[in-house]
Write a protein that binds this ligand. Structure first.
Ligand code: 5GP
Ligand code: ZN
Length: 115
């Protein structure tokens, strides 16, 4: 773990968060500054700075994160209504926390505008 990484600290339980899901590979918790009624972050337990580090070896992890999103949608009761997954990468992609995470947004009609 990276001592100065906020998501590593959350994964290690050193910073409190509202955890909704946890397994060997990932955890999911509520975003501290929600952009939708349901805003969860699906976070790799391993410190991977961004999508830039994803190679074929990590492609299973990304697939797993999507599966977890599907599970969370069921848990949150939004499978039928729908949800949005976002991974920001780099400065112009809007990434603020340099530890791989996927945003799960749901609970209202999200904007048609993506960028
Ligand atoms: P990014 O812009 O890197 O894609 O998204 C980072 C997200 O992490 C933001 O939506 C922000 O609100 C959330 N965040 C940052 N620090 C914390 C924290 O300490 N706890 C929680 N639960 N979310 C955080
Ligand atoms: Zn980290």
């Amino acid at each position: 773990m990276e001592e100065d990484c906020i998501f590593c600290r959350i994964v290690a339980g050193k910073v409190p968060s509202e955890i909704r899901y946890r397994d060997e590979e990932v955890i999911a918790f509520r975003d501290i500054n929600p952009k939708a009624p349901i805003h969860l972050l699906i976070v790799s337990k391993k410190h991977i700075p961004s999508l830039l580090q994803i190679t074929q070896a990590e492609s299973l992890l990304i697939g797993h994160m999507v599966t977890v999103a599907n599970e969370l949608a069921k848990k949150e009761g939004v499978s039928e209504k729908g949800y949005r997954l976002i991974i920001n990468c780099g400065k112009e992609g809007g990434q603020l926390v340099p530890h791989l995470h996927m945003h799960f947004l749901a609970g209202r009609k999200l904007s048609d505008k993506l960028g």
